[in-house]
Ligand binder design. Structure first.
Ligand code: ADP
Ligand code: MG
Length: 316
């Protein structure tokens, strides 16, 4: 391991990051100078990943970097926003060139893939932690509080894969190398639903990305919007990987597992035919109803009220 200073790190690994037209001045000065698209509303969000808490200590730096950016991009998607810029605050126990090389490669490859520019950051010494702040712009922001009774509830794609993958990623469950790769992909490379968000934005009344589990995250829409939800557990699209890794628990993981970063969104009843015509791949999983008392998510399976066996499922 060769030791290098803060300015070497910035120069060697981050300062060359490609930027876009909207960046008047990127890395190198006291601030970045940014030009938002005319008339746009900016959406901004920040997330910190701590080693040993949000990812395993020895995890591949390229994967960790990609995940850090992807989960932030997912927040932009959940807001109906398109990516513009991000900043990176890195706390490193040591300046390990191998680690930094993999980290910056994973980060900048992901940035290129999603068209987002690294415009600044901060580099300090301490226990490994990674903070990414993203900014995007929205035509019609998708808030959590816009849903109404009668709206249909949709999910953008299969659920449960990341939760089923977690014991494999953590090394608690041993599987063959093909399955292990699939598990790592589900955990480290969630697909932020940016395109889907753009196509549903004109119709959707509320949206959220599923980071803590469908039941919990749909609950946030319900509380913010003052409505309850009837959820059909049988209608949930269950990820094939979840069925393979945890056949007994797959449906429960789809309902309660986190980290898939699919979107849950709502559409007025009258717009359901138009949404279905768009063939987005989103699946209808329930309906919003007036709340009697506290807003809540009422899950049903085969017509019976359903509660998860492990409601407090906590990863990490
Ligand atoms: P200051 O002391 O003025 O805050 P720094 O010395 O922290 O400036 O950073 C110098 C430049 O490098 C700034 O433009 C900052 O945004 C950028 N920078 C620092 N760390 C990173 C990083 N990890 N990734 C990207 N840019 C960084
Ligand atoms: Mg600084």
């Amino acid at each position: 391991m060769s030791r290098v200073g803060e300015f070497d790190i910035i120069r060697d690994y981050f300062a060359g990051a490609p930027t876009s037209q909207s960046v008047e001045l990127g890395i190198g000065d006291d601030c970045a100078l940014l030009q938002p698209p005319p008339g746009s509303i900016l959406a901004t969000s920040v997330d910190t990943l701590v080693a040993g808490r949000h990812f395993p200590e020895g995890a591949d730096a390229a994967k960790v970097a990609s995940r850090a950016l992807r989960v932030n991009l997912s927040d932009l998607a959940a807001m109906g926003a398109k990516p513009l810029w991000f900043t990176l605050a890195l706390t490193l126990p040591s300046a390990d060139r191998k680690w930094l090389e993999r980290f910056s490669r994973g980060l900048l490859e992901t940035a290129r893939e999603y068209g987002i520019s690294l415009v600044g950051g901060d580099t300090t010494a301490g226990p490994l932690s990674i903070t990414v702040q993203v900014t995007g712009h929205a035509q019609k922001p998708l808030r959590r509080d816009g849903a109404g009774a009668g709206d249909a509830v949709y999910v953008s794609g299969p659920l449960g894969a990341a939760a089923a993958a977690l014991p494999v990623v953590l090394g608690e469950t041993k599987v063959d190398s093909e399955l292990r790769q699939a598990a790592e992909a589900a955990f480290y490379w969630p697909e932020p639903q940016l395109q889907l968000a753009q196509s549903i934005a004109p119709l959707a009344t509320a949206a959220i990305d599923i980071s803590d589990g469908l039941l919990a995250d749909l609950g946030h829409i319900c509380r913010a919007s003052g409505v309850s939800a009837e959820l059909d557990i049988e209608a949930l699209p269950v990820a094939a990987l979840a069925r393979e890794l945890a056949p007994e628990q797959a449906r429960e993981l789809a309902a309660t597992g986190g980290d898939d970063y699919q979107l849950c969104f709502t559409v007025p009843k009258g717009d359901v035919p138009e949404l279905e015509r768009m063939n987005t791949g989103a699946v209808r999983i329930g309906t919003l109803i007036p709340a009697s008392g506290e807003p809540q998510v009422l899950a049903r399976r085969h017509g019976q009220s359903w509660t998860p066996k492990h409601p407090g499922y906590q990863h990490f």
